[in-house]
Design a binder for this molecule. Structure first.
Ligand SMILES: [Zn+2]
Length: 121
């Protein structure tokens, strides 16, 4: 089942949604771990319908609860605030050189910027 389907098209009471949220939480936690190592951030932005990635929580349990209660914000099928870097796809150069701006990119994903709209398939 693709993300757009379980995130927006089916009931939040389904096993698919529950599994999907768990997957999201794992992704967010891994991302948080990485950020903590860099001493950057110790909370996770909540992508629920109401928080809209504008609010942060230190407990994934809170976020999980929001996602079950409210569902995901619209158009968030690419979890760019939770470790799915846009840089991993877009800044890779064809000759295989790693761009040195990866870290800066992470910083750029601060709170001010709007996430790019997903071109929903
Ligand atoms: Zn929330």
């Amino acid at each position: 089942m693709d993300r757009h389907t379980w995130m927006y098209k089916i009931s939040r009471a389904t096993q698919e949604y529950i599994d999907g949220v768990e997957k999201f939480i794992q992704c967010a936690e891994e991302n948080l771990k990485k950020k903590k190592e860099h001493g950057k951030e110790d909370r996770i932005t909540c992508p629920c319908h109401d928080c809209y990635n504008l609010k942060k929580y230190s407990s994934v349990a809170t976020i999980r609860e929001h996602l079950f209660r409210r569902g995901f914000m619209a158009g968030y099928t690419k979890w760019i605030w939770h470790g799915e870097g846009i840089h991993s796809e877009k800044t890779r150069t064809s000759d295989g050189n790693r761009r040195s701006n990866e870290d800066i990119r992470e910083e750029d994903l601060g709170n001010e910027e709007e996430p790019p709209q997903d071109d929903m398939a």
